[in-house]
Each structure stands twice: as structure tokens, then as C-alpha cells.
Design a protein around this ligand. Structure first.
Ligand code: GAL
Length: 412
């Protein structure tokens, strides 16, 4: 297993030591990490950067990635670049890189041996264009999880489910007990996430790859996919009364036992931790909905816009190195609920859910994120379809599947 627990002695020698920079400077870093767990995690980056002598200027943008990304992009294209900015692994920054607006980090990557250190290699591939490296992957976040409230199931008098079918079958009992079976935030990416997770669990990881990777419209039209749309229809009914927007509001419904569960990425773990809840005792996590255990190697990367300022450019390089250093990787990812991108770090403190994730990763059961496989434009159209599907009960599963087939056929 690549993610082995290291001895304290080795971990200590692996700790990152940055000598005080010749010219300490402020660096604004933009991101969309504003929930309790996210803020706690990003504070670890800020703490480490400040300890290096520079000053982290926090540029959090509230809302979601969907709100933040256009703001980040327009600042960069409009001549007001920040020092560093978050994007997801994949193609979100592709046009900025092509336009020459993002700093080439290849020299730093070579010095620091990122090719050896970053695992899986697809993460660094997503940072690479024409052989040059333009970003620092900081974590692996998988969307493929179901988070369940143990208290809600106890109240409803049904055992905590072990897979999607048992969960769907418990919906009526949960409702009788006054519990909303499934909490789903209404922002476009969240409804699409539910569909993508159901697709991977029910039709399997290969079907997911064929559809999002190979744009296989024939498979999208198949009976196998009809089953996924039927499950999405069930999820729509289970979440009909969950009237929230933000993903962390939906997580809070699970934390408080108002909802039975949420299909959400492992960043939800950050919220359970901030609320003082314990995996296995207060809540249960089912990777791959308990059906197809798989980890999606999505997550977050930092890009560094080209700046005409020598001091700030030097600070960018320091931040890039620091984000991948072993101790910062551990401190940040433990709070974030994500997995580190390097295998040679001490994860003794990982909770049960994170350990499950690490095991699945070690077995190599991985898929790439939609952002790594499909263009941002095509994904926006798919997001729009699922917003409509989850909000309009008159849009049948059959009609939604037909529209999905067209979108897949035209996707790039
Ligand atoms: C994702 C990001 C995660 C988490 C989530 C919800 O795009 O990869 O780190 O922040 O959004 O905000």
C-alpha cells in the first residue's frame, strides 16, 4: 500500500523547512472555501505561508465554484490578477493557460521532483499543457460518497443502510418519522453530482468513463442508463422537501438528523468534524453508494497568474513548494476531508472514512472527474439539464434521458 503509516522519526525528517524569504511579501490567494470545514482547512495553508515570512491575503469568494470561477477568470483576463487561485483538477483553466496568463511552474516541479511525488499521475497530467506544468495539485476529492445520519435511522426504526437499494427502500419509513430522506442543495453542480454518482454506482465506473470520457451516446441511450435515470427519479422524490441551496446546508441537515443522508463529495467530512461528530458513531459513509467502491480523483489545484513583480513571483514559488510539502499536505487534508496527493506522508490521524478512501485508492479503483474528461461548456449544459430535472417533476426520467443522449452526442 502506497499510503503507509510512517514512523514518527521519518515524518519528522520529512517535515518541510522553508528558510526565511529574502523579500517577504503579501500574496492574495482566491478560492471558494467558505464553509466551516473548508475555512479550517484553508487556514492551514495560510498559517504555513505566514510562518514562512510572507503574508497570505485571503481572497475567499462565497457561493460555490460556479460563482467563484467566472470572477477569478475575469480578474485574470481583465488585468487584475491575484497571486494564486484555486481551480478544480482538469480543464477549467485551459483557456487561461493557452492565453499565456498562467505561470509555467515546470522548473519548480523539476526541482521538487513532482513527477515522482504526485500520485496518481493523472493529477499532474491535468496541470500539464504541451509538456509544461501550470498548477500544483493539493488534494484528491472524490464525489462518490453517501453520508448517512445514524440518529435519523434510529429514529425511523430502520437499520443504517449499507447500499443505495437499502437506502431507497428506507425512504418511506424516514418520511413517516418526519425525516427528509435525502438532502440535496439546489446549486447546479450538486444535482449533477447526484446523477454522476448514481451513474457510477449503478451502471459502473466503465459506463461512467465511456459516457463522460468517450462521449458514448449509444450507451447513454441504453437500458443500463434507463436504470440510472430511474434511480435519479427516486432521488428526486426522496429530496423533494429538502429546500436548501448550499451543499453544507444540506450536510447540516444530516448532521442534525433532519435528513437521512446526502450524496456528496468527501469535503462533507470537514463539516462533520467541525460539528464534533465521529465517523462510525454519529454518521456512516458509503463510498460508491455501497455498490461500486470507487474514488474519483478530482479535487483542487492552485494556479499562479503571470505577475510582473519579482518579489511576488518569488513568493508564488515559495507557496507552490509549500503546498506540496509533506507536513502541509497532512495538516490541510486532514481538515479538508480530502486525500493527500503524495503517498509518503503520515496519515495516522485519518478517520474511518478517510481510511476507506485511502484503501480504495491503493487498490487502484479510480476514475477521473468530469472536469478532467469533458469541456466546461459541455458540462454546463449537462448541469442545466439536471437542475431542471430535480426542480420540475413534470420532466420524466424518459424525457431527461433523451435530452442527455443529445448532450453526450454533442459534447467535447
Ligand atoms: C469542489 C472542491 C472542494 C469543495 C467543494 C465544495 O469544487 O473541489 O474542495 O470545496 O467544491 O465547495
Amino acid at each position: 500500500m502506497r499510503y503507509k503509516v510512517l514512523t514518527a522519526a521519518f515524518a519528522a525528517t520529512a517535515a518541510f523547512h522553508l528558510s526565511a524569504p529574502a523579500h517577504a511579501t503579501d500574496l492574495e490567494v482566491t478560492h471558494w472555501w467558505t464553509s466551516g470545514g473548508e475555512a479550517a482547512a484553508v487556514a492551514e495553508f495560510a498559517k504555513a505561508f505566514d510562518a514562512s515570512g510572507h503574508k497570505w491575503i485571503d481572497g475567499a469568494i462565497a457561493g460555490s465554484g460556479g460563482t467563484a470561477r467566472p470572477i477569478m477568470i475575469s480578474r485574470i483576463t481583465g488585468g487584475d490578477p491575484m497571486g494564486a487561485t484555486q481551480f478544480n483538477h482538469g480543464r477549467q483553466a485551459e483557456e487561461l493557460v493557452e492565453a499565456g496568463l498562467m505561470r509555467d511552474l515546470t522548473d519548480i516541479a523539476e526541482e521538487e521532483n513532482w513527477k515522482e511525488v504526485v500520485h496518481p499521475s493523472s493529477l499532474l497530467d491535468s496541470c500539464t499543457l504541451d509538456g509544461k506544468i501550470y498548477c500544483v495539485p493539493v488534494n484528491i476529492h472524490s464525489q462518490q460518497w453517501l453520508w448517512l445520519s445514524n440518529a435519523a435511522f434510529e429514529k425511523a426504526g430502520v437499520p443504517v443502510p449499507t447500499n443505495w437499494d437499502e437506502y431507497a427502500a428506507s425512504a418511506a419509513k424516514l418520511e413517516e418519522a418526519g425525516i427528509i430522506p435525502l438532502a440535496v442543495g439546489q446549486q447546479p453542480w450538486q444535482t449533477t453530482l447526484v446523477f454522476q454518482v448514481l451513474l457510477t454506482a449503478i451502471a459502473g465506473p466503465e459506463a461512467y468513463n465511456s459516457i463522460f470520457g468517450d462521449k458514448d451516446a449509444e450507451l447513454a441511450a441504453s437500458a443500463e442508463l434507463t436504470k440510472v435515470f430511474e434511480a435519479a427519479d427516486k432521488a428526486r422524490a426522496m429530496s423533494a422537501k429538502s429546500n436548501v441551496q448550499d451543499w453544507n446546508q444540506a450536510t447540516n441537515m444530516v448532521i442534525s438528523g433532519q435528513a437521512g443522508g446526502q450524496i456528496m463529495g468527501d469535503w462533507a467530512q470537514g463539516e462533520f468534524q467541525v460539528a464534533g461528530q465521529v465517523a462510525g458513531e454519529d454518521y456512516t459513509c458509503l463510498p460508491g453508494l455501497g455498490v461500486n467502491e470507487v474514488i474519483m480523483t478530482g479535487g483542487d489545484a492552485f494556479y499562479f497568474p503571470v505577475l510582473e513583480d519579482e518579489e511576488k513571483s518569488a513568493a508564488q514559488a515559495d507557496l507552490a513548494r509549500l503546498m506540496l510539502s509533506p507536513d502541509v499536505q497532512v495538516a490541510f487534508n486532514l481538515k479538508k476531508g480530502s486525500l493527500p496527493v503524495r503517498g509518503d506522508v503520515n496519515l495516522e490521524a485519518a478517520n474511518d472514512c478517510m481510511k476507506k478512501g485511502l484503501d480504495i485508492l491503493a487498490q487502484g479503483n479510480i476514475i477521473q472527474s468530469p472536469d478532467q474528461l469533458m469541456s466546461a461548456d459541455s458540462l454546463t449544459q449537462i448541469n442545466d439539464l439536471f437542475v431542471e430535472f430535480f426542480n420540475d417533476p413534470n420532466l420524466t426520467a424518459e424525457a431527461a434521458q433523451e435530452r442527455f443522449v443529445d448532450l453526450v452526442a454533442n459534447a467535447d
